[in-house]
Design a protein around this ligand. Sequence first.
Ligand code: CU
Length: 106
Amino acid sequence: MTRATCRQMLGALILVVTTGVARADTIQVKMEKLGFVPAEITAHVGDTIEWVNSDFVAHTATARDGSWDVLIPVNAKKTVILKTEGTVDYYCKFHPNMTGRILVIK
Ligand SMILES: [Cu+2]
């Protein structure tokens, strides 16, 4: 094998490895004016949701199925890593009208 062929094969191998690995993303959801923005998102298993509270009061992101419950003070951010597939409805414990939904796909 020539050196050029070897390099080509190595290049192809690196391409396969990097494209074959699922990349975990961080999806940001803002808390403002007593609402989640955007209120509905789609994410993948392994992704991180980051709530950023730019509101004037503290909020929570509380999953209705009990899988997570985080308190986010004013000007703070908190994250949750999504571990299972499915639709998760969530709300704020202090403001029950404040609701969101995450569609978690594989
Ligand atoms: Cu709230």
